[in-house]
Write a protein of this length. Structure first.
Length: 418
């Protein structure tokens, strides 16, 4: 169990607002810049943007996997009086905003690539700082609620970003990037104003075993088995639900629908499903705190997500697919919020909350790289089965969700830790 021992603890109301405002503004600035990368690449490399975009995003994804636990690791050891989390929220946001403005004025491929990689680096430091606030400062009985709030911020950030894309991008692209940069800094300033924080402790009285634990990159499975089981839960769930990005391709390929029709329908469906995901994230976090249970919510949500994935596999009309999208997104909101609260409970008590949470974030993001890599192989294998390529693809992914259920079983629920 990870207990909060910090001297300066932010009141829960302020902590909630600091996390919601700061993280929402961060995602607005960062993710909107990422979403517009394709159009930026088209403008600087009109003849070869397909290859250059793939290369830049691949490098960025690799940097992201390293930067998140690295940012947490450095934050855990930051002794600045301003605080180990506030320091990186502010520094990372300022650097990120400068890079966003530079993205707006960049005119060469190498400039866009360099800026994008650096954006991934600095904003992952900010992400690591925000997520570490939950185990650092939130009372255990309210971590589900705060995890639910945190789960809403990405959705809110993306939706706000889409508004700016719609109203600003075609009028002034430089103005668009300046607005995003300003939002990122304003959110960080509000967040650090609301937060109380502490520098990393200098542990002079640590035992030899504690020093050894703190020096390890990955927590010992023998001493902290629940950490690894929780990591596998997160990994397999993300892997099993990672086929959502292929739904539009499936509809065009399998049901022979026009790309224009699919795009028009799914712009609305995706927006509705995303909002519902945010709402169930918040509701799931609150309910898990209220009933002091986590695993039952995760079991039910994972089963619903597995059902939705199987509906993709055997759907024969677009209505069935839309229903599957809605229920998987709602289930995902609950699962991810409660799962985040569970993770804070199984973190080793070594003071490395940022680094350890960063490792968990890698388990969540790695499948986003794995699924596109294995999808062509699975689809090809599917053509040789009685099911066909798309049913085979989604059945295999559904097995991934089932593996997350198996890995959840050994983790003790609230109040049953040894």
């Amino acid at each position: 169990m990870n207990e909060n021992t910090d001297k300066n603890v932010t009141p829960f109301k302020n902590l909630s607002w600091a996390l919601f405002i700061g993280s929402t503004c961060m995602w607005t600035a960062f993710m909107t810049t990422v979403m517009q990368l394709t159009l930026k690449m088209v403008s600087v490399d009109p003849s070869g943007y397909t290859k250059s975009y793939g290369l830049v995003t691949s490098i960025g994804a690799l940097i992201s996997l390293i930067a998140n636990p690295l940012g947490g690791f450095i934050g855990d050891r930051t002794r600045a009086k301003f605080g180990k989390r506030r320091t990186w929220i502010l520094i990372g946001s300022i650097l990120g905003s400068i890079l966003i403005v530079l993205m707006g004025v960049s005119t060469q491929i190498w400039q866009v690539a360099t800026i994008f990689v650096l954006l991934q680096l600095v904003y992952n430091f900010v992400v690591a700082a925000f997520t570490a606030l939950i185990p650092d400062q939130c009372p255990e009985e309210k971590r589900g609620t705060l995890s639910g709030i945190n789960g809403m911020t990405l959705v809110a950030g993306v939706m706000i970003g889409n508004v700016f894309v719609h109203f600003v991008w075609n009028h002034s692209q430089l103005g668009f990037y300046i607005i995003l940069a300003a939002i990122g800094i304003i959110g960080a300033l509000i967040s650090v104003y609301l937060l109380k924080d502490n520098p990393a402790e200098v542990r002079k009285d640590s035992s030899e075993a504690e020093i050894k634990d703190r020096g390890q990159i990955y927590p010992s499975f023998k001493k902290y088995p629940s950490f690894t089981w929780a990591l596998l839960v997160k990994f397999f769930y993300a892997l099993g639900t990672g086929g959502a990005s292929y739904i539009t391709i499936m509809l065009i390929n399998k049901m022979h629908l026009s790309s224009a029709y699919v795009a028009s329908v799914f712009s609305i469906v995706t927006m509705v499903a995303t909002v519902l995901s945010a709402l169930t994230s918040y509701a799931g976090g609150i309910l898990s705190d209220k009933f002091k249970k986590q695993k039952i919510f995760m079991y039910v949500a994972a089963l619903i997500a597995m059902l939705g994935t199987l509906m993709y596999a055997f759907s024969n009309n677009i209505t069935m697919v839309i229903v599957a999208i809605i229920i998987t997104n709602m289930a995902g909101g609950i699962f991810n919020a409660v799962d985040s609260a569970l993770v804070t409970r199984v973190l080793p008590p070594d003071g490395d909350n940022g680094k350890n949470f960063g490792i968990m974030n890698v388990a969540n993001s790695l499948p986003q790289t794995i699924v596109p890599a294995i999808a062509p192989m699975l689809l090809q294998l599917g053509t040789k089965t009685a099911m066909g390529q798309w049913p085979f693809f989604y059945v295999v992914l559904a097995i991934g969700v089932s593996l997350s259920l198996i890995c959840l079983k050994p983790i003790p629920d609230i109040g049953k830790e040894s």
